[in-house]
Design a protein around this ligand. Sequence first.
Ligand code: NAP
Length: 289
Amino acid sequence: MDIGFIGLGEMGVAMVRNMLKAGHTVRVWNRSPERAQPLVAEGAAVVGSPAEAFTGDAVFSMLADDTALREVIDATLLEHAPRGLIHVNMATISVALAEELAHAHATRGLHYVAAPVLGRPDVAAAGKLTIVAGGPAEAIERVQPVLDVIGQKTWRIGSQPQQANVMKLAANFTLASAVETLGEAASLVTAHGVAMQDFLDVITAGLFTGPVYQGYGKLIAERRYEPALFKARLGLKDVRLALAAADAVSTPMPVGSLVRDNLIDAIAHGDGEKDFAVLGEVSARRAGR
Ligand code: NAP
């Protein structure tokens, strides 16, 4: 396929590499152009504006957040895009902006697919992301061969793009809650002289298997928060987005509010760039350790 790609951060670069490896033609654009250079040797064509990426069979975007999306995907860009183009937005953005983008694309004869992902940059590099896709079924079908090279599975969530964003935010909220409880449990057991690693060995042996409890539990047990694979600052962004989506439909999420405050606590203590597991440190600090 002839693909445009906008946003070459940690995730975007890994995705483009897999698209190129699979034989797709990829035109890339990034605000900081130097991030595109290493991809040239792998076959990417660097373009000078988002508009030049916004053409071909489909355009993918993987920008940081709502602000970045609003700055790059503006009305002029959509106005000049070829009718029928499919835009697949893989960033974690607000449900409200996803709704707005779906409408803005549809009124200009463009297709908008939300396809946020679960998995860190190393998972993206391995082409094993979990993708949750929302939008018109026919548009998703057309880009499925590309989704297949960046993800291990695409879950089709619904015909409205924002439904996929809700799914992604709910998933990250669940992750945040798990990390919060791991941190509190660590404070409890260590205060009673039980090693956190022993606690982890017991719970991950059957009750709570899987990468979240094992991975984040290990970081908390070792109080090791750098290098960050998923920064506390970005985790706070996602919890805030989940709370905003909940607010819009009058759905209380008291655990979400608590985790948001604890992440603000982490950031206030200078830990925003550290791994999300630093929630364990917030709990330890409160417990006097
Ligand atoms: P990142 O490494 O921080 O990259 C962010 C990208 O957005 C860069 O290309 C950056 O351009 C661009 N950008 C930021 N602000 C911009 C602006 N105002 N105008 C134009 N471009 C702007 O982030 P990432 O880790 O790749 O994450 C991208 C998205 O995936 C986020 O929504 C994140 O929540 C989501 N996500 C991340 C992970 C993860 O573990 N990292 C996992 C799942 C989902 P510059 O290079 O010029 O700064």
